[in-house]
Design a protein around this ligand. Structure first.
Ligand code: ADP
Ligand code: ASP
Ligand code: MG
Length: 435
C-alpha cells in the first residue's frame, strides 16, 4: 500500500481535543487506503517550558547539551503516546515509536544533531501489521546510544527524512496555517497563500526568518527530492465537508503558471549585528576572523565589508543569531588583540527584512521598489545584503513589522492586490506578485 507521512506541529497537538481532532484526520486518510505514518511535535509550547526549567536550574551557566536533549526529547514522547491512544480510541490500530525505535541515527551534536541514517525497519513492520505508526519528531540517537535532538522545529525534518526513507507517496505537514503565504499572516493579514513554491524559494524564505518550515528540513527535502505539502490541521475535517484541503505544494520546479518575480517577504528578528571598525585592510584579515568563527561552529548570517579604494582600513559588519552573540563577541575580542585600533560595536535591536523570489536578480527595479517602500515610511536601512534570489535590509527591530507590511504592499503581493510591474531586460514587464 502507498505510504503517506503526516506531521502535526505543536499547535496541532496543543490539547487533548486537538490530538483527537488530528487523529480523526489520520483515521480518514487511512480509510482512503493508505498506510499512514504520523510524526508529532511536543504539545503547544512544551519545548519552551522545558528549556525554561533548565534555565531555572542552571542560572547563567550553560546547561549540559546532553542533558538538554534528555529533557527536550520527553515532549514528543508525551504527544506520540497520546496520539496513539487517540487513534486506538477511534478503533484504529496504532503504535507509538521513539526516534531510536523508528531508526533515526544521528551524530553527537546535541541540540542540533545531523541525521546520519534512517533505518525504518520497525516502522515498516508495524505498517505491515496494519498499524498506524506514530513517531516522535525532533529526536534520534547517536553512536554512543545517547538521545539527540535535531534543532528547533526539527519535527519537520523527522517527517521529511521518514518520507524519503520510506519512499512515501506524500508528505503532509499539518500546522496552524493552510500553506506558505507571501508573508507571515500574523504580520500581514492580507498575505496570499501560494499554490506552489520551489525548494530554493522556501529555503531562502526559511533562512530569512519565515519560521513556517525548519530550514534544515527544506535543505533535506531539496537534497533528496522529497516534494511535500503544507496544510492546516485546523481546517474542516473530511466529514465536516473538508475533502478539498487548501495547501501549498513545495516542489522542485514551480509550474510556469505560478511563476513570479517576488514570492514573498520575510523577517528575522533573532539576529544581532556586530561591527568591527577600522580593521587593517590587507590580505588574510577576513580569513583570520571568519576561521575563528568556524572553529567555534558559529554560523554567520550576512557579511558586509566596506572601505574605499586605496583605504588602509575597512569596517566589517556581520549578523549572527542573537543566541550566538556572546560567543561571537568573545571570538572578535580574541582575534582583535592583534589589530590595535580596531573597535568593536554590536546591536541587538535590529531585524532583517528580506524579499525572496526567483526573479530578484534578473529583473531591474526590484531593489528600487523595496527601498522606496521603506523610504516612504521613513524607515532607515542600516545594512543591505543580497543573493541570487533575495535582497535583505537591516532595520530597527521596532520598525520591522511596518517594514514588512510596506514592502508587501508596494510589490502588490496581497490578496486582491494588483502586482507592481517590474522590468525584465529585453523582455516584457513582469508582474512582481504574479501567481
Ligand atoms: P508548527 O508548530 O506546526 O511547526 P510553526 O509555528 O513552526 O508551526 O509554523 C507556523 C507559523 O509560521 C504560522 O503560524 C505563521 O505565523 C508562521 N509563518 C511565518 N512566515 C510564514 C509564511 N510566509 N507563511 C505561512 N506561515 C508563516
Ligand atoms: N518541539 C520541538 C520544538 O519546539 C520540535 C518541533 O516542534 O518541531 O522545537
Ligand atoms: Mg515548526
Amino acid at each position: 500500500m502507498a505510504i503517506v507521512v503526516q506531521k502535526y506541529g505543536g499547535t496541532s497537538v496543543a490539547s487533548t481535543e486537538r490530538i483527537l481532532r488530528a487523529a480523526r484526520r489520520v483515521a480518514w486518510k487511512r480509510s482512503q487506503g493508505y498506510d499512514v505514518v504520523v510524526v508529532v511535535s511536543a504539545m503547544g509550547d512544551t519545548t519552551d517550558s522545558l528549556i525554561a526549567l533548565a534555565e531555572a536550574i542552571n542560572g547563567d551557566a550553560h546547561p549540559s547539551p546532553r542533558e538538554m536533549d534528555m529533557l527536550m526529547a520527553t515532549g514528543e514522547q508525551v504527544s506520540a503516546a497520546l496520539m496513539a491512544m487517540a487513534l486506538q480510541r477511534l478503533g484504529v490500530p496504532a503504535v507509538s515509536l521513539t526516534g531510536f525505535q523508528a531508526g533515526f541515527f544521528t551524530d553527537d551534536t546535541h541540540r542540533a544533531a545531523r541525521i546520519l541514517d534512517v533505518k525504518p525497519d520497525r516502522v515498516r513492520k508495524e505498517l505491515e501489521a496494519g498499524r498506524v505508526v506514530v513517531v516522535t519528531g525532533f529526536q534520534g540517537i547517536d553512536a554512543a546510544g545517547d538521545l539527540t535532538t535535531l534543532g528547533r522545529g526539527g519535527s519537520d525534518l523527522t517527517a521529511i527524512a521518514l518520507a524519503a526513507a520510506l519512499d512515501a507517496e506524500a508528505c503532509q505537514i499539518y500546522t496552524d496555517v493552510d500553506g506558505i503565504y507571501t508573508a507571515d499572516p500574523r504580520i500581514v493579514p492580507n498575505a496570499r497563500r501560494l499554490e506552489e513554491i520551489s525548494y530554493e524559494e522556501l529555503l531562502e524564505m526559511s533562512s530569512s526568518g519565515a519560521q513556517v518550515m525548519q530550514l534544515r528540513s527544506v535543505e533535506f527535502a531539496r537534497q533528496y527530492g522529497v516534494e511535500f505539502e503544507v496544510l492546516s490541521s485546523l481546517s474542516p475535517l473530511p466529514d465536516e465537508g473538508g475533502t478539498e484541503e487548501k495547501k501549498t505544494k513545495v516542489v522542485a520546479r514551480v509550474n510556469p503558471q505560478f511563476q513570479r518575480v517576488v514570492t514573498g517577504v520575510a523577517v528575522n528578528s533573532k539576529v544581532a549585528r556586530i561591527t568591527l571598525l577600522e580593521v587593517p585592510d590587507r590580505p588574510g584579515i577576513a580569513a583570520k576572523l571568519f576561521s575563528a568563527f568556524a572553529r567555534n561552529k558559529i554560523v554567520i548570517d550576512d557579511i558586509v565589508q566596506s572601505g574605499g579604494p586605496g583605504a588602509t582600513q575597512a569596517d566589517i559588519s556581520l549578523t549572527v543569531a542573537k543566541d550566538d552573540l556572546d560567543v561571537s563577541l568573545d571570538i572578535c575580542r580574541e582575534v582583535m588583540q592583534e589589530w590595535p585600533g580596531t573597535q568593536l560595536v554590536y546591536d541587538v535591536d535590529v531585524a532583517k527584512v528580506s524579499i525572496v523570489g526567483s526573479g530578484v536578480a534578473s529583473n531591474y527595479g526590484v531593489a528600487a521598489t523595496m527601498f522606496t517602500a521603506l523610504a516612504e515610511r521613513g524607515i532607515n536601512i542600516e545594512m543591505i545584503t543580497g543573493s541570487e534570489i533575495s535582497i535583505s535590509c537591516l532595520v530597527r527591530a521596532s520598525r520591522a513589522a511596518e517594514a514588512v507590511q510596506a514592502i508587501h504592499e508596494k510589490f502588490g503581493l496581497g490578496d486582491g492586490d494588483q502586482p507592481v510591474a517590474i522590468g525584465t531586460r529585453g523582455g516584457e514587464d513582469a508582474k512582481a506578485g504574479q501567481k
